[in-house]
Design a protein around this ligand. Structure first.
Ligand SMILES: Cc1cc2nc3c(=O)[nH]c(=O)nc-3n(C[C@H](O)[C@H](O)[C@H](O)COP(=O)(O)O)c2cc1C
Length: 216
C-alpha cells in the first residue's frame, strides 16, 4: 500500500527533555545524546551524519550531509575539501549551521556558529588514520567541480596511485582538511506527543551559557 504524504504522521512519545535533567553545559548534553544515538540508531543511520548549511556571497544558503569527526569543548569538527563549493562559501562567510536528526530517539540538535580551520597537525592526524583509498581519493577528486564523466575521476585516481606508488604514506593534500564549527547557539529538540515537543535553546553568554525553552 502506498502511503500518501497526508498519511505520514508519527506521534513522538519516546522521551522528554526537562530543564531539571538537562546539564547547564550543552556540550555535556550533546555528548550524552550522541552516545545514546550511537548505541540506539540502527544501521544504515549513521549517528554522526548531519546536515551542514553555509551561505555564498549572494546569501544563497546551501546544505549537504557530512560526517562529524570530532567534538571537543571548542566545537564540532568535520573534514572536507577546502576548495569545494562549501570551502569557498566558508572562505567568504565563515558562519554555518549544523543539524543532527536521530529518528529512533525522536531527537534533533541544531548548532549555529562560526567556522575556523582546524590546525594542520589535527588534519594530518586524522588524514593518517583514514583508509588508503580515501586518502588517495582526497587527492584525486576536485570536489564540487564539473567533470567530463566517471572515466575522468577513475583516470585521476589511477594517476594518483602511480604518483604515490612508492610512498607508503601519501601526504595530506594541502586542499583537504578539517573545519571546526564554534557554536554560539545549540538547541536540543525532543519530540513529544501531539507536537508539544521540548526545545531547550542554549546561547553563549560570556564563558557560560544562557538557557531558555522555546515553543514547539
Ligand atoms: C552520509 C554522507 C556522508 C558524507 N560525508 C562527507 C564528509 O564527511 N565530507 C565531505 O566533504 N563530503 C561528505 N559527503 C558528501 C557531501 O554531502 C557533499 O556532496 C560534498 O561535500 C560536496 O559538497 P559541496 O559541493 O557543497 O562542497 C557525505 C554525503 C553523505 C550522503
Amino acid at each position: 500500500m502506498t502511503q500518501t504524504l497526508a498519511d505520514m504522521r508519527r506521534d513522538y512519545t519516546r522521551d522528554g527533555l526537562t530543564e531539571a535533567q538537562a546539564p547547564t553545559d550543552p556540550f555535556i548534553l550533546f555528548g550524552q545524546w550522541f552516545e545514546e544515538a550511537v548505541r540506539t540508531e540502527q544501521p544504515p543511520v549513521e549517528a554522526n551524519a548531519m546536515v551542514l548549511a553555509t551561505v555564498d556571497a549572494e546569501q544563497q544558503p546551501h546544505c549537504r550531509v557530512l560526517l562529524l569527526k570530532g567534538v571537543d569543548s571548542h566545537g564540532f569538527v568535520f573534514y572536507t575539501n577546502y576548495e569545494s563549493a562549501k570551502g569557498q562559501q566558508i572562505a567568504v562567510q565563515p558562519k554555518a549551521a549544523m543539524t543532527f536528526f536521530w529518528p529512533t530517539l525522536e531527537r534533533q540538535v541544531r548548532i549555529e556558529g562560526t567556522i575556523e580551520q582546524v590546525s594542520a597537525e589535527e588534519s594530518d592526524a586524522y588524514y593518517r588514520v583514514r583508509p588508503l583509498g580515501s586518502r588517495l581519493g582526497a587527492w584525486a577528486s576536485p570536489q564540487s567541480r564539473v567533470i567530463t564523466g566517471r572515466e575522468e575521476l577513475e583516470a585521476r585516481v589511477a594517476e594518483i596511485q602511480t604518483r604515490f606508488a612508492r610512498q607508503e604514506e601519501p601526504p595530506r593534500p594541502p586542499h583537504w582538511g578539517g573545519y571546526r564549527l564554534v557554536p554560539h547557539r545549540i538547541e536540543f529538540w525532543q519530540g513529544r506527543s501531539s507536537r508539544l515537543h521540548d526545545r531547550l535553546d542554549y546561547q553563549r553568554d560570556g564563558e557560560g551559557w544562557r538557557r531558555q525553552r522555546l515553543a514547539p
